[in-house]
Each structure stands twice: as C-alpha cells, then as structure tokens.
Design a binder for this molecule. Structure first.
Ligand SMILES: [Mn+2]
Length: 310
C-alpha cells in the first residue's frame, strides 16, 4: 500500500479550509485515479462548518496532529506559522491558496496562489478546467465556503471570478438565492449567546510575525453587532489574557457587521498609539472603535499592521 497524502488547511480551521481540503482531495483522487489523497484538519471545527458539513452530507475530516514525515498538500494557507505542527519536517507536494505568499521550500512544487476571495473558488475553477462534474452536495459545500470567505461578496477580497463561480455553484447546488443562503450561514456563526469570549476571539484566528514580535487577529462576522454588546468588556479582558499568554505585542478582534459593512475593532496592545495610527483612530483612550468599510483582515488589517510594525 502506498503512503497517504494529506490535504490540509490552516490552524483554527474555517469553512474554506475544511471544504477546500475535502474538495481538493477528491479532485486529486479523480485526476490521478487513486484514493491516496485524504482530507484532514488541524483541530476542532467551528459551528458553521459543522452545520454546512451536515447539511451537504459530508463527514468531518479526521484531525492530523503532526505532519512530520508525512506527505502533505496545503490548501488555504502557505505560511508555516499558520500550518499544522511538524510542517518543517513534512514533504510538501503542492500548495493551493489565496493568501499573501510567505513560503520557501527546497524543492520545486506546484504552487497555485491566486488573489481570489476563497480557496474554494480556485478549486472550483480547477474542476471546470478538468471538465469534471461537481455534484449537488459538493457544489453546496464550496458555495458556502466562498460565501463565508467573501462575506457574501461584500468583502474587498471578492473578485469578479468569485462572483461568476458563486453563480455557477448556485445553479449546480440548486440554491437559487445565494444571498439569503449566505445570511443563513452567518446567523449560525454569530449565535453568540452560547459562546465564551475566548471562543468568539478564537473561532477564526490567525497569528502574524513581525520584526517587533507576533500579533494575532480574530474575526467574527455577524448580521447584528448589537448582539455582542453585553460581552464587549469580557472580550477586552480576554484579549489581554491571550496577549499575556502568547507573548503578543497586540491581539485584535474584528467584529464585522455584514449589513452595516464595517467592523468594530477590539484591541489589547503594547503600542496602542502606533496601532491607532495604522487605522487613523484613537486607540489610546478607547480599546474599541467602529470603522466603517473595514471588512477584510487579509487586505485591510494584517498587511497594514505588518508594515507599521516591521
Ligand atoms: Mn480562505
């Protein structure tokens, strides 16, 4: 028996990472006429991912704790700081992603990065390129992931290609009104009453390295910011805790309101003045502030902080 090839997304798996691993493993198995490609995840999945997997009849992928010595394909990330433990000792065969590139590897590999709104858009396009059929459930799964990653096309990361693919998948999955369907998934994501402040911050959370240390950014999209009002103080306290534990210079939560199209920024930071300057707001006297039009961690938050703290 040949060795399994693990298709895996980033830590703190979100829907695009999980759906991307499932869809890409299945595509690779078809085109290479094998069953060695196996979708796996780095840890527990969030609520909307569980909901979508159930809805479209997919099993939750197994958790791979450590990739050391294993063959892997990376989807939806390329930075080692966001990858499964043991990645330094893994054999990386391929990367399919839509994030900024921070990757170097000692071998020539297939490296597919496009500046699109979701990994699942890139993977859907690959199915089209190979003329492969995408069944109703797989279409629904990938459509859901693209809707979440592009904030129902409202994120500045969303491209014309994503919108075309959303339309195509919506036909294939027989989900006619994808906007309503997107809001349905976001409502599940932000039923906050049952979530602890830490779960809110960590449900979709990423670390970034700079010359002046590490910062972390969590993001939660919601159809109603007011739902979070009662938890704001606890969220700020928890950010301070996480900052201490992880030796961060800053930890940030973006609560993104998909209807108002802006985000409330919550911060714990050693340098609130500098961080405030990044966004043109006062964070010295306020640990939270609403910024209109701020929707994307990837485009509007992480690169700006990296630039200013490097
Ligand atoms: Mn993604």
């Amino acid at each position: 028996m040949s060795e399994k090839i693990y298709v895996i997304g980033h830590k703190s798996p979100d829907l695009d990472t999980v759906a991307g691993a499932i869809a890409y493993a299945s595509l690779k198995n078809i085109i290479e006429k094998t069953d060695l490609y196996t979708p796996v995840i780095t840890g527990n999945i969030n609520k909307e991912t569980e909901y979508v997997l159930n809805k479209f009849d997919f099993k939750k992928p197994e958790i791979l704790e450590n990739a050391s010595g294993k063959k892997v394909v990376l989807v939806d990330h390329n930075e080692f700081s966001q990858a499964v433990d043991g990645i330094e000792e893994a054999e990386i065969l391929e990367v399919v992603d839509h994030h900024k590139v921070n990757f170097s590897y000692g071998q020539p590999i297939s490296f597919n990065v496009l500046p699109w709104g979701a990994s699942c858009s890139i993977i859907t396009q690959k199915y089209f390129d190979y003329n492969l059929e995408i069944n109703e459930n797989l279409s629904g799964l990938m459509l859901s992931a693209i809707l979440i990653d592009t904030v129902i096309t409202k994120s500045p990361t969303c491209t014309e290609s994503d919108i075309r693919i959303i339309d195509q998948l919506s036909k294939l999955s027989k989900i006619e009104n994808w906007e309503d369907f997107g809001i349905e998934i976001f409502k599940i994501r932000s039923s906050v009453n049952v979530l602890s402040p830490r779960e809110i911050i960590k449900s979709d959370y990423k670390d970034f390295n700079t010359n002046s240390g590490v910062f972390g950014v969590g993001q939660v999209e919601t159809a109603d910011l007011d739902e979070f009002e009662e938890k704001e103080d606890e969220i700020l306290k928890e950010l301070e805790e996480i900052k201490k534990e992880g030796d961060y210079h800053s930890v940030i939560l973006l609560l993104t309101d998909i209807i108002k199209e802006g985000s409330k920024l919550f911060v714990a930071s050693d340098n609130k003045k500098k961080l405030g300057q990044v966004f043109n707001v006062d964070l010295v006297n306020n640990n939270k502030v609403f910024i209109s039009g701020l929707m994307s961690r990837k485009k509007q938050v992480a690169p700006k902080i990296e630039k200013s703290f490097n």
